[in-house]
Design a protein around this ligand. Sequence first.
Ligand SMILES: Cc1ncc(COP(=O)(O)O)c(C=O)c1O
Length: 386
Amino acid sequence: MSPDALDFLPYGRPWIDADDLRAVEAALKSGMITTGPQVKAFEAAVERYTGAAFATAVSSGTAALHAAFACLNLKAGEEVIVPALSFVASANAVRYVGAMPIFVDIDDKTLNLNPALVEKAITPRTRAILAVDFTGLPADLARLADIAHDQKLYLVEDAAHSFGAVQCDHKVGAIPGVDLTTLSFHPVKAITTGEGGMVLTPHENLHRKLQRFRHHGLAVQAEERTMPLEGPWHQEMVDLGFNYRLTDFQCALGVSQLAKLDRFLDKRRDLVERYGQVLKDLAGCRLPSREPPDTRSAWHLFVIRLEGALAERRREVVEHLKKRGIGTQVHYRPIPRQPYYHTGGAPQEFPVANRYYREALSLPLFPAMRFEDVDRVGRALWEAVA
Ligand SMILES: Cc1ncc(COP(=O)(O)O)c(C=O)c1O
């Protein structure tokens, strides 16, 4: 077996070092295994990093999306605009609160919501727009915020891919006009807590609801109570909530990981540049578009497009890379093409997302990768395409 075959490169991998282990060990030994001081410390650190006014840590990115829609009090029959291309959790969270996702096609260059199509999809039942920052590139949030403002809609940003990204000098989490931003700390994301997520908002009233929602809907602050205090045991449930708490030791890992986020982002950017050099002359391989001015991607994914006849050979390419010890993935089947969401509409309904799905391939990208690894992926791709 070649040394390459032994050294498998997955498409994503977390970076966990001695500092992270020490932080988790200290939290585990502190006696506060679940809600303890690290939860507030992690929330405060993310507020400082992003410039967000309020942060609520929850148990996953999916829980963060659920909490975001729940605190908007959406009702059955109301609609939320969702991009056709995202992970299923983006649409599922809309269903969790009884509302309907209305899918809208993406822009071919940015792979994010196409704002012109968003405007056309708004009906009297629309309550919110969900922008997903696909691959780490922030959506056109200025334009979407204008639309949301004009139509009196909420703007929610699914930033599972884009923690650390910047638009017009604002970090994701504090972009003007966005009402709620959700993060994921799943192991392939920019930083990890194992599973985990967070909701950021500039609105104190929404923040209060989020804090209750993750803790069964129980009143957290004295002023949220509607009954006289009976004693130190007093527990008062004012909304319907869930147990979506993130543990103290996971938050300790989050604090330790956050201290490395900028380094991780720089490394991802360097690797992307290297991919650009290695693959620029590969016929039939379209590289990701350049970032729009004033926007810095978090480069969660490096997605190439196999165009024309090469798209038909994608499976062969994937298998060749696998033989060379290189993992790839396709992110994602367009959500309206999932059996649960299938509306029976014409296959040409989301032409940009559908074409993307035929052509896309995510290559390995994670901070522990070396330039030699990128070169190895490049060589294997050239061989596969030859
Ligand atoms: C765009 C997007 N939104 C939401 C999620 C859900 O995050 P989690 O896995 O932390 O629940 C993911 C996870 O991959 C995602 O890619």
